[in-house]
Design a protein around this ligand. Structure first.
Ligand code: ADP
Ligand code: MG
Length: 691
């Protein structure tokens, strides 16, 4: 048993160490990095006369009467007393805290902390915390940490354990930042920061401690991403030449937008350069990313190489295949679908085609990476809807590149293109995609109308229902994203099916209602999508599986139930399922709540169709943790850093990382050893949380 495990600390027995373990803490170091989620300001200690109504405050008072105990009813005991200072009095009440009787003694003075009410009968405080003061002692105010606790742990236990762990560790803590760098940036030493974050002496020191620890998180992340990028840009990639476009363009039913052309040109330039491409194409929903992918796959095929296109869901993979296979057939090229849940025979056949080097475009989910397929001649890997692929997946992808490549050809790994539909403010993209070059599709195909968006309450339901009928009468289709249920797969499945059944039976007996949810077998899903695309379905009830990428230009109405519970960016994605054809489209957000914040958030969507604007607002209103979903941002190791609030530190960290790597590209110098191991650990941790 290591002496560094917290169960060796005083006051941490088996039960408490199990509770700590639930929080992911088993060692003293981990405990030191278990940061408070908030703080209580007990720095101001007020005289009773200055206490305000309905606020949590600290005050000093002397107990004036013995504590009385009365049983209000079985199970409820009320303890009361009165305390005062030289000018005023306050009544104190405690519920079921029998020990208070022995602790609060008349004539003694205490520092209290609790919520105070100012009533017509005078001052009152219910169940305040208190600590005794010795005679003449002037109490010091404090900033008390608030920890995200779990059952079996109290703040006191954590504070004591932290204090012990700190005392034992502080002399062994090595600062990963070289002194010169730390001083240059005016950052607090690590040991001091770790103490001040738990027991701040002042708000100023707390801010400095926080700045130091946030810097560390962002710095290590920036280093990791930059190293990933540098390693890849240092690599040579197969040269892909540009063949004449005429045939390709002639086969398209539309002219590419300027933005699409530019993104294609940027990617072709990368692939021609002899260096390995590692590029992100960021484009709002409906900006036409699929065609960018198709164009590049076309050129790669002309160069005699294969492209793997990976979608986040089987539905999307099937949809891409359905669209692109006929297009590629016109060029005498073959696109095959290979997903994990294809029937065994179909899978075998797909594999054979791929391994015989007869497939030009292989479409699947990111399980393509783990399928036991040898790609004889892979030139390009495209990940669609990248926000589902985190940094760790990209690292894995880069590492697997050579394995993907099989062992038949020279070993240069494939070029990588990532496509994202989540518009992200530029500053954020810088860190999120620090390892990628960036192309932006900031233009929608011509003729697209904005989706008219409305936020409504329950009372509008009858009108919404007749609107659905009206769309159906016009030959158009409707999506309804069904009410959110608590997590749990079977619950979700039941809720979606029950909702759809009720809708079919009781609301739209005259229309055809179908349902799509994440727990369906892929064959079922495809059948549902096929019926929907064939316009046999008027109303498609769905969980959020339609969120990404589904393309049915004939659908003109998107209804989202419980819209207030979704993030703005997610709602924007959902809305992006309509407005894909020529007809005017609509998005109706049904909100259960009409709180001010809900209204404010929904207003953003009602007022703009620009994904970048939505993203900026979403970020401002919620902060990036929620913005991406804790897992969706895919950034490992961020406990304290907030990508919205810590933008300035982020920039510092980015610059510092660039400078350091200029000097020591692989962090090989001994004074950078600790940083190197932290970077390595970061990506290890991320790999373990894949999927
Ligand atoms: P996303 O960027 O959301 O993946 P898609 O690639 O699915 O968008 O394209 C959305 C729709 O726009 C598709 O129906 C596609 O065929 C069409 N489209 C793509 N590019 C153009 C263009 N340049 N002009 C007109 N329509 C286009
Ligand atoms: Mg798409």
């Amino acid at each position: 048993m290591s002496d560094r495990e917290i169960r060796m600390l005083k006051g941490v027995g088996p039960a408490r160490s199990a509770a700590f373990a639930r929080l992911g803490i088993t060692t003293r170091r981990q405990l030191l990095h278990f940061y408070p989620r908030d703080y209580e300001d007990r720095t101001k200690i007020l005289p009773l006369s200055a206490l305000e109504n309905d606020k949590v405050q600290s005050f000093v008072a002397t107990v004036l009467e013995p504590v009385t105990v009365s049983r209000v009813r079985p199970g409820l005991t009320l303890l009361r007393t009165v305390a005062g200072d030289d000018r005023a009095r306050i009544r104190l009440a405690f519920f079921n805290q029998n020990y208070v009787k022995d602790l609060l003694r008349p004539g003694k003075t205490y520092l209290f902390y609790g919520k105070v009410s100012r009533t017509t009968y005078g001052l009152e405080a219910a169940s305040p915390e208190f600590t005794p003061l010795s005679k003449g002692e002037v109490p010091e105010g404090s900033i008390e940490p608030i920890y995200p606790l779990t059952e079996g742990l109290t703040r006191k236990v954590v504070m004591q354990a932290v204090a012990q762990a700190y005392a034992l560790e502080k002399d062994r803590l090595q600062d990963p930042l070289p002194d010169t760098l730390r001083e240059e940036l005016g950052l607090m030493p690590l040991a001091e920061a770790l103490w001040q974050i738990h027991r701040p002496e002042s708000f100023d020191l707390l801010e400095k401690a926080r700045r130091r620890l946030v810097f560390d998180e962002l710095f290590v992340l920036a280093l990791g991403l930059l190293m990933l990028k540098n390693r890849r840009t240092g690599q040579t990639g197969a040269k892909i030449y540009t063949f004449p476009w005429k045939e390709f363009y002639a086969a398209l039913p539309f002219e590419l937008t300027g933005a699409q052309k530019l993104a294609i040109a940027e990617a072709m330039e990368d692939m021609q350069s002899g260096r390995l491409m590692n590029r992100l194409v960021q484009g709002d929903v409906g900006s036409g990313k699929t065609m960018v992918a198709a164009a590049l796959a076309y050129q790669v095929a002309r160069n005699g190489r294969q492209t793997a296109l990976m979608a986040p869901t089987e539905i999307l993979a099937a949809q891409h295949h359905q669209k692109l296979a006929p297009l590629f057939a016109r060029f005498g090229m073959k696109a095959v679908l290979l997903t994990g849940r294809l029937p065994a025979a179909a899978k075998r056949e797909a594999r054979e085609v791929i391994e015989a080097n007869e497939a030009d475009l292989i479409i699947g989910t990111h399980a393509l990476l783990s399928e036991q397929v040898a790609f004889p001649n892979l030139g390009l890997v495209i990940c669609d809807e990248q926000h589902r692929f985190g940094v760790a997946q990209r690292a894995a992808l880069a590492a697997k590149g050579s394995r993907l490549d099989g062992d038949t050809v020279e070993s240069s790994p494939p070029h990588v293109l990532v496509m994202s539909a989540t518009p992200i403010p530029r500053t954020l993209a810088l860190i999120l995609y620090g390892d990628l070059d960036l192309s932006i599709l900031d233009e929608r195909p011509p003729g697209r109308k904005d989706v008219a968006t409305y936020c409504v309450g329950e009372d509008m339901r009858p009108r919404i229902e007749s609107f659905v009928r009206k769309q159906a009468a016009l030959g158009h289709q409707t999506y309804i994203v069904c009410p959110l249920v608590d997590e749990g797969d079977t619950a979700e499945l039941k809720a979606a099916t029950a909702f759809a059944e009720n809708l079919q039976k009781n609301v739209f007996p005259d229309l055809s209602v179908d349902v799509l949810h994440g727990k369906m077998k892929s064959a079922e899903k495809e059948a549902v999508m096929a019926r929907f695309l064939a316009r046999e379905t008027d109303v498609l009830v769905s969980t959020t599986v339609v969120e990404v990428g589904v393309d049915n230009p004939n659908a003109t109405l998107m209804i989202v139930e419980n819209a207030e519970r979704f993030g703005l960016s997610q709602l924007h994605q959902l809305r992006g399922r309509v407005g894909r054809g020529d007809a005017q489209s609509y998005c109706i957000l049904i909100c259960q709540s009409d709180s001010e914040t809900t209204r404010q958030r929904m207003d953003v969507l009602c007022k703009t169709n620009d994904g970048f604007v939505v993203a900026e607002k979403d970020l401002a209103l919620r902060g990036p943790g929620d913005f991406f979903g804790r897992r969706q941002h895919g950034l490992p190791g961020l406990k304290l850093a907030s990508l919205a609030a810590d933008m300035a530190i982020l920039k510092e960290a980015q610059t510092a990382a660039e400078n350091l790597l200029d000097e020591d590209p692989e962090l090989a110098q001994t004074e950078h050893a600790l940083l190197a191991s932290q970077v390595a650990a970061l990506f290890d941790e991320a790999k373990n949380t894949l999927n």
